[in-house]
Design a protein around this ligand. Structure first.
Ligand code: FCB
Length: 482
């Protein structure tokens, strides 16, 4: 088993030392576990004390291993458009047909038909939780026309998870919307909030009893950025004013959905899946670059969560708005993948948000994954600690790596779980970890080349093959220990 992650990574002939200013500060604060793990060197003793006799074993360091909290949710995530196949009625399908991305989703992983077999694999891999999304365009193919077939399908999906002992975590909106809603202006339209509320009400009325964990929106800020700032995703705009309007509409849509979900299911646990991105200055000596890191971090990582938690929509120097609601999060779903380096490009809002710089000539940078994103595990502990301060349980709703080389996936998984262990040892209430993804899938503008799956999919034959990293992950889950 090749496991060790080198402290230095050799790229293009140069030796690059893995980081890292943030990690060194972090490791001083997160004292319970060392910052840099080795998959075959267990953490030193010194964690929390064991529980009372008869009680489930306490979490923390036990002898050679770190034990995760009792009832920890372990599993993987998917999203409808990326795995189901044949999602012909949404805006992303149209985007693909219009040739706006190099590859079309087509049959994807054919999961709409093969979900039972796929869940059998997840069960064999010891998963006790699973995140998936409901495709709105299947449930409501035309405005006000609800598909019984689609609703029955998702009911069956939920039952199939329960039969296999997996806790469902259900996403209501994962980037795609019905074509008819997109034609009416989508997230820019004043109709959107009401349309989304009706959809949520319908789904919860039918499926509410079958799931306790609900994610209203997947990565709302990423969607605004890709759809309205850089125009890479539908609707393909580059318009800051529209972007800010969409941001407000997303916040309101979540708050309304939160109330609806709780009306149907008072004990529901509701959140968004918030993408957090580690950020560093391209030039740490430049004041402008450092300010751009702060501005981007505020907009990208904090603004949305603050709005939902504190009821204030605030972008320093740009806008401040008290919302008629607050505390619409029962837990916090976090998606974490990588770090960007940021530089300032001007003194207006886009300038403060800045641009990203190439990793090529950087001195301190981790290994790059198949999509060229830096592998930077320390960022995960940093955000768990940072968001741990709002005192909500945290569920890691996505974390994964595009890696054709499966050893890279195992190292990534281990290194990130180590960071989760560090945060838990430091008192952060992390309640679960859902790896992205269960299956190789359609990776939006990156098509099928990015292989994120614990399970490999041959898209020509739809054959599945469990990757070795998935078995190693299963071993960790079985013992609930790292
Ligand atoms: C996240 C998305 C998910 C997938 C992963 C790789 O940002 O939520 O759909 O694309 O990235």
């Amino acid at each position: 088993m090749r496991q060790a992650v080198p402290a230095c990574v050799r790229r293009r002939g140069t030796v690059r030392r893995r980081h890292l200013p943030i990690a060194s500060t972090e490791s001083r604060r997160l004292s319970s576990l060392p910052a840099t793990p080795s998959p075959d060197a267990p953490p030193p003793p010194g964690g929390r004390a064991a529980g009372a006799p008869g009680a489930p074993p306490a979490y923390g360091v036990h002898g050679a291993n770190f034990r995760f909290p009792h009832g920890f949710l372990w599993g993987a995530s998917t999203s409808a458009h990326q795995v189901e196949g044949g999602n012909e009625l949404n805006d992303w399908w149209d985007w693909e047909q219009a040739g706006r991305v190099p590859e079309k989703s087509g049959d994807a992983a054919d999961h709409y038909r093969r979900y039972r077999d796929d869940f059998d694999l997840a069960q064999a891999l010891e998963h006790n939780a699973h995140r998936f999304s409901i495709e709105w365009s299947r449930i409501e193919p035309e405005p006000g026309r609800w598909s019984d077939e689609a609703m029955a399908h998702y009911r069956d999906v939920l039952e199939a998870l329960h039969e296999r002992g997996m806790e469902p975590v259900v996403t209501l909106y994962h980037y795609t919307m019905p074509r008819w809603m997109a034609a009416r202006g989508g997230w820019e339209s004043p109709e959107m909030e009401g349309a989304f509320a009706r959809y949520v009400d319908r789904v919860l009325g039918e499926l509410g009893p079958l799931a306790r964990w609900w994610i209203t929106l997947n990565e709302p800020v990423v969607q605004v950025f890709k759809g309205w700032v850089i125009g890479q995703w539908p609707p393909g705009k580059t318009d800051w004013n529209a972007a800010l309007k969409v941001l407000r509409n997303l916040v309101r849509a979540h708050a309304r959905a939160y109330a609806i979900i709780h009306r149907h299911r008072p004990d529901a646990r509701v959140s968004i899946a918030k993408h957090v991105l580690a950020l560093s200055a391209c030039d740490p000596k430049s004041w402008g670059d450092r300010m751009s890191v702060r501005a981007r971090s505020w907009l990208f990582n904090h603004l949305f969560v603050n709005a939902l938690h504190r009821g204030v929509l605030h972008l320093p120097g740009v806008f401040w708005e008290r919302l008629p609601f607050g505390r619409t999060l029962d837990f916090l779903g976090l998606n974490y993948y990588t770090r960007d380096f940021v530089h300032n490009t001007g003194l207006d809002l886009p300038g403060w948000m800045g641009g990203t710089c190439s990793l090529d000539n950087r001195q301190y940078v981790g290994k790059l994954n198949d999509l060229g994103w830096e592998v930077y595990p320390e960022g995960l502990a940093q955000y768990l600690r940072e968001f741990g301060r709002i005192r909500l349980p945290i569920l890691i709703t996505e974390n994964g790596v595009p890696a054709r080389e499966d050893d890279d996936r195992w190292v990534f998984l281990f290194m990130h779980l180590w960071q989760v262990a560090r945060a838990i040892a430091d008192g952060v209430d992390v309640v679960g970890y859902l790896h992205w993804s269960l299956l190789d899938n359609y990776e939006w503008a990156d098509g099928y080349r990015a292989r994120f799956g614990l399970v490999e999919v041959d898209f020509a034959t739809q054959l599945r093959r469990i990757r070795p990293s998935a078995w190693k992950y299963a071993h960790i889950i079985r013992r609930n220990e790292l």
